[in-house]
Design a protein around this ligand. Structure first.
Ligand code: PMT
Length: 220
């Protein structure tokens, strides 16, 4: 890309899953591969942004021109994002953050015993919601992975988390969502803004999404 519409802007992208430890050898996680978030970071850097990628555990190389900070848990991701937030112009929350973590991490490997077992979980902090509450000038972009009522839940997240955009992927659709190389999304913004993008490679989609948001937010 020759035009650099994000030159001089700082963009923070989160990507991948989080891991919530149960004991020294076990954890809770999800199917996020990091592909969508890494594509967003690569696109931000190509568009000229000073780009920070805060990543859960994935096996992807660091995109060109991107500074990566690696984290494991939702709590570590929260702390890393807060550390970069003040000076950020845009935060893109592509990560699939755990909503719950084990209430206690066992110091030793949990031994199996007769019968069923119950694992007590507690809520993690909702990072996007926290950023929404602390927002000064930052443009906040969330993702939403839904299997049903996609539009309704996305619009609800926009309000509740004080975000500027929610990019909804219908993760039950073919060729979209977790671990695919392609995605299909609908972007929801304030004032009933809505734009759908057909199935395309995550990298191409990332460029389209960031170009759209940049045009609407930073070209005034
Ligand atoms: O990594 P890939 O394999 O390429 O897959 C991409 C993806 C499907 C993971 C990605 O496109 C996506 O949809 N990411 C968000 C998934 C998700 O966790 O959605 P959610 O509806 O649970 O959360 C909504 C928003 O709140 C997200 O921006 C999420 O980062 C944020 N959140 C959620 C929980 C939490 N504790 N803190 C958060 O900030």
């Amino acid at each position: 890309t020759k035009i650099k519409p994000l030159k001089g802007k700082k963009v923070v992208v989160t990507a991948g899953p989080t891991r919530e430890r149960i004991d020294p050898v076990r954890f809770l996680t999800n199917f996020s591969s990091g592909k969508m978030g890494y594509a967003m970071a690569e696109a931000a850097a190509e568009l000229g942004a000073d780009t920070i990628l805060i990543s859960g555990p994935v096996s992807l190389p660091v995109p060109n021109g991107v500074k990566r900070i690696q984290v494991e848990s939702a709590q570590q991701m929260l702390e890393a994002v807060l550390g970069e937030y003040e000076s950020a112009d845009m935060v893109v929350k592509t990560a699939a953050v755990a909503d719950y973590r084990p209430a206690a991490i066992a110091g030793q490997k949990v031994k199996k015993k007769e019968g069923n077992s119950v694992l007590e979980l507690e809520r993690t902090v909702d990072i996007l919601q926290q950023l929404g509450q602390l927002k000064s000038r930052q443009i906040l972009v969330g993702f939403a992975a839904e299997t049903d009522h996609v539009a309704q839940y996305a619009k609800d997240k926009l309000e509740r988390k004080n975000a500027d955009y929610i990019i909804a992927n219908d993760v039950s659709a073919d060729q979209a969502g977790f671990d695919h190389d392609t995605n299909a999304v609908t972007v929801y913004g304030r004032g009933d803004f809505e734009k759908a993008f057909p199935v395309m490679p995550k990298k191409a989609l990332a460029l389209e999404l960031l170009s759209l948001i940049t045009e609407k937010e930073f070209s005034k």
